[in-house]
Each structure stands twice: as C-alpha cells, then as structure tokens.
Design a binder for this molecule. Structure first.
Ligand code: BJW
Ligand code: ZN
Length: 240
C-alpha cells in the first residue's frame, strides 16, 4: 500500500488525535525555519538571540531580531497545511494541536485547540512585574518596548534555558498520553522538552506518523513517514 493510503487508514481509525508542529509547517507561508540550509540559525547565533542572557546583555539586538520576524509574520498567511489541520479538527472527537511555533498561523487558519509550547511572538511581558499583554505592532529597528510600570518588556516567547508554561506543558503531555494517533509535522525534533512528546506518545500506546521533507532523529520510533512538504501532503491526507 502506498504510504499516503496507509496514512489515510491510520487517520480514519483515530478518535483521539494529537498533532505536534514545528517551524516546517510555516515554511510554505514564507517564514524561515530555524535549522537547515536556509534556517535562521545559519544567519544568527541562537545563544546571542534566544536566551535570557542574550537579552540581559543586549536587549536592543534581541528586540531588533523580533521586530524583523514580527513584520515577516504579520505579512504571512496560513498555508494549505495549516488549513487542512483546522479542517481535520472539525471531524475528530478529541483533537489537540501542540505547536512549538510562535507565529499564530494555526489560530489564523481556524484551529481552536492550540497549545503554544514556546509562547507567542504577539505577546510581550514585563521583565519586572507580572504584566503580560498582546502587542500586534510592528515597530522597526532597535526600538525597545516598555511595560506600563516603566520597566523593560521582552518578547513573550520561551528561550533556551527557560521553563515552558507549566499548565500548557501539562495539557500537552495529557494530550499525547491519551491520543491514539500523534502526527508530527515539520519539526527537527531536537529541542526538548517538546521532542520528548514523541517517545511519550509511543510509550503510551499511540501510533506516530511524521510529515517532513527530510529524515529526522525520530525516524526510528515512528510508525509511518510521509516525505514531502506539509502544505502538499496534509490536504491530500485530510481531504478523504
Ligand atoms: C518541513 C518543511 C515543509 C521544512 N514541510 N517539513 C539536552 C541536551 C542539551 C540541552 C538540552 C537538553 N534538554 C534540554 C536542553 C535545553 C534546550 C534544548 O533542547 N536544547 C537542544 C537544542 C539540545 N531546551 C530548553 O532550554 C527548553 N527549556 C527547558 O529545557 O527547560 C528546562 C530547563 C530549564 C533550565 C535549565 C535546564 C532545564 C526551552 C526551549 C525553547 C526553544 N525556543 C526556541 C525559540 C522560541 C522563540 C522564538 O521563536 O524566537 O523555539 S528555539 C527554536 O527551536 C524555536 C522552535 O520552536 C524550536 C524547535 O524548532 P523546530 O520547530 O523543530 O524547527 P527547525 O527549524 O529545527 O526544524 C524545521 C523542520 O521542518 C526540519 O526538520 C525540516 O526538515 C522541516 N521542514 N520545511 C514539512 N515545507
Ligand atoms: Zn511591569
């Protein structure tokens, strides 16, 4: 049976689906991934931009990078892959979409049950007080954002060395532990704890299907691999 037929069969029998997405699903919306040939980390060093230490040292450079990405994302639209996942949610009794992405494109596509493990590029939070707010502005250059209390604000995302939002992480663990099928889409599966959701699903008895343009480190623990672009494969998979 061709892989796509086997994949459709897996999907058809599933009553509780969890999905884990990464930057690859937004690549076809024109948003660069982190790793790989045209990934952001080829151009920028993660430890100089995506750590609390980097922000403490040079908040202007970090904000400049986020302003640039916010502008890029503001001009992007959900692609056929995001839209197919939103359609899939409507036909499945229990469905949870866990994303590592901060771009908000799943919600823009109409997905409802979305857990953002690494926060959102559209939220901003204070470095001194608990205040957190939405900010859809696209400031330019090295402009810093400030809280109403006067202190410096930072992007509402999760950097290396920071803990994930505990409630969201707990919900994500519950979702993969209770699902009968986990779809892993467009992630290099090297960043933890997110990548650990895949073996967790496996050890809880779920089948695991992966969609990626290349082989990832989880290839040896998955049941089915669909090789290709999420924006092409997901509509093919979900249409049936
Ligand atoms: C397509 C496609 C198409 C392309 N169709 N596919 C063990 C060893 C060493 C370190 C650690 C360890 N365990 C944990 C750590 C620390 C660290 C970590 O995991 N490091 C690893 C790199 C080794 N983790 C953390 O620090 C995390 N926190 C934590 O562990 O807390 C506990 C703790 C606290 C304190 C002390 C100790 C422990 C936090 C991780 C936060 C990650 N943050 C970032 C930035 C978010 C904000 C922002 O966006 O600016 O999150 S990093 C970046 O990577 C971003 C992503 O969400 C994340 C994952 O990347 P993703 O989505 O997989 O993208 P890519 O680019 O890697 O892959 C794209 C894939 O798509 C590729 O496979 C392509 O082939 C594919 N693709 N086009 C389908 N069209
Ligand atoms: Zn404040």
């Amino acid at each position: 049976m061709p892989a796509i037929e086997s994949a459709r069969a897996l999907l058809k029998n599933a009553k509780n689906i969890a999905v884990l997405t990464g930057a690859g699903i937004s690549a076809e919306s024109g948003i660069p991934t982190f790793r790989g040939a045209s990934g952001l980390w080829k151009q920028f060093r993660p430890e100089e931009l995506a750590t609390p230490e980097a922000f403490a040292r040079d908040p202007q450079t970090v904000w400049e990078w986020y302003h640039w990405r916010r502008k890029l994302i503001a001009g992007a639209k959900p692609n056929a892959g995001h839209l197919a996942l939103a359609r899939l949610e409507q036909g499945i009794p229990e469905f949870t979409l866990v994303t590592q992405n901060v771009d908000g494109l799943h919600q823009a596509a109409g997905s409802k049950a979305v857990l953002e493990l690494h926060g959102s590029i559209w939220t901003v939070r204070c470095t001194q007080c608990p205040h957190e707010w939405m900010d859809r502005g696209t400031a330019e250059g090295r402009q810093l954002l400030y809280c109403r209390c006067g202190a410096l604000a930072r992007p509402g995302v999760v950097w290396f060395g920071e803990v994930l939002p505990p409630d969201i992480w707990r919900e994500a663990e519950e979702a993969v532990k209770s699902c009968d099928l986990l779809l892993v889409i467009g992630t290099s599966a090297v960043v933890y704890p997110a990548a650990g959701l895949v073996p967790l699903a496996r050890s809880s008895g779920a089948r695991v299907m992966e969609i990626n343009i290349e082989r990832s480190p989880i290839a040896n623990i998955i049941d089915l691999q669909l090789t290709g672009q999420a924006g092409h494969l997901l509509p093919e998979l979900v249409e049936e």
